[in-house]
Design a binder for this molecule. Structure first.
Ligand code: BGC
Length: 249
């Protein structure tokens, strides 16, 4: 069975057909630069262009880097503030042949990892974190998602957690992996104190270099790298859209 996923990010918008049996992209992913400024109309044009280029007419899952409730954007920490209050599901469903389900980007990545990747078969409290421009989080309790957890914004030593510990902080401040890992460690220490997860899965582009920083962490919770890497958002969004009950569409 095939699905379709779109990943809306700060620098790129990516889409692809998804093989929902295997949990991987079916064919070549299409990527376009995120229009600047990344306002809704311009982003919608990019999304519809990608979906049309595949000739896809079924349901579409879309990730967005903010709190998403019933298709409506509630926060926009790293994207244009004009998104707040926008009903992305309604707007994109009006522009595309199939219905659209939009969800938080980290929640989508987590859904994919739990079904097909590093979280497969793990019960208990599993926390997926994505390290990129911000820090995204997805929390699972016995495999069920608790959506929109937003742990990137916990206060760590008086600062927004992602400001110091996101992958973008490492680049922005020119930090080496050991220095950045100390920040991630401190961030995780605060998170663990409030949550006591059984497993932490780390994703985002920087998880490809997990060997350089994960062994430096001193968390009591086991930390393992994500497996689907940059396909996770697309795959998870496609899965969420495909499995959404008809009545809530
Ligand atoms: C946003 C989250 C998002 C994360 C990763 C954070 O700044 O608040 O909603 O999941 O960045 O993109």
């Amino acid at each position: 069975m095939q699905g379709f996923g779109i990943d809306i990010g700060g620098s790129g918008i990516k889409g692809c057909l998804v093989d929902l049996g295997a949990g991987r992209l079916a064919g070549e992913r299409v990527r376009v630069d995120t229009p600047q400024p990344a306002k809704p109309e311009a982003v919608y044009d990019a999304v519809t262009g990608i979906v049309d280029s595949f000739g896809w007419t079924g349901r579409v899952g879309v990730t967005f880097p903010g709190v998403m409730k019933r298709g409506v954007v509630h926060t926009a920490a790293n994207v244009d503030p004009s998104w707040i209050g926008v009903d992305v599901d309604a707007d994109l469903t009006a522009r595309l042949p199939g219905t659209v389900e939009t969800l938080n980007d980290a929640d989508a990545a987590g859904i994919a990892e739990m079904r097909y990747g590093a979280g497969r078969g793990h019960g208990g409290v599993v926390l997926m974190l994505t390290f990129g421009t911000g820090i995204g989080s997805a929390l699972f309790v016995d495999g069920r998602l608790v959506p929109n957890t937003e742990f990137g914004h916990i206060q760590v030593d008086g600062e927004d957690g992602e400001l110091r510990a996101a992958a973008s902080a490492r680049e922005r401040e020119g930090l080496g992996y050991p220095e950045w890992a100390r920040r991630v460690d401190r961030y995780l220490e605060v998170l663990e104190a409030g949550l006591w997860p059984d497993l932490i899965i780390v994703g985002g582009g920087i998880s490809r270099k997990a060997h350089k920083w994960v062994p430096l962490l001193s968390t009591r919770t086991p930390v393992i790298p994500a497996e689907l890497q940059n396909a996770a958002g697309i795959v998870g969004a496609a899965l969420a859209a495909a499995e959404r009950p008809e009545s809530s569409a």
